[in-house]
Design a protein. Structure first.
Length: 79
C-alpha cells in the first residue's frame, strides 16, 4: 500500500480535481481504491440521483479512512 495514493485521493476529492482522480485510479496499485474511485466518478458523471453520488462518495471516503487506519497499525511508533 502506498499511503501517498490515499492522501492524493482525499486531496483530489476535496478539491474536485476529477482529472487527477482519474489518473490516480489508473496508476494506483490498490485495486479496491481504483474500483471505489471508478464507481464514484461514474456516478458523478452519469447518475441523475444525487443520493447515489453521495453514497459512492462516502464509500470511497470510508475505504480511504479504513486503509489509512490499517496502515497506521503497521507503522513503527517513534518516541
Amino acid at each position: 500500500m502506498d499511503i501517498a495514493d490515499y492522501d492524493k485521493a482525499l486531496y483530489y476529492t476535496h478539491r474536485s480535481q476529477w482529472d487527477n482522480l482519474l489518473i490516480l485510479m489508473v496508476r494506483t496499485n490498490d485495486d479496491l481504491l481504483s474500483k471505489r474511485i471508478e464507481h464514484f466518478l461514474h456516478a458523478y458523471n452519469f447518475e441523475a440521483d444525487d443520493s447515489i453520488v453521495e453514497k459512492t462518495l462516502y464509500t470511497l471516503l470510508h475505504y480511504i479512512d479504513h486503509a489509512l487506519t490499517e496502515q497506521g497499525k503497521f507503522e513503527p511508533i517513534l518516541t
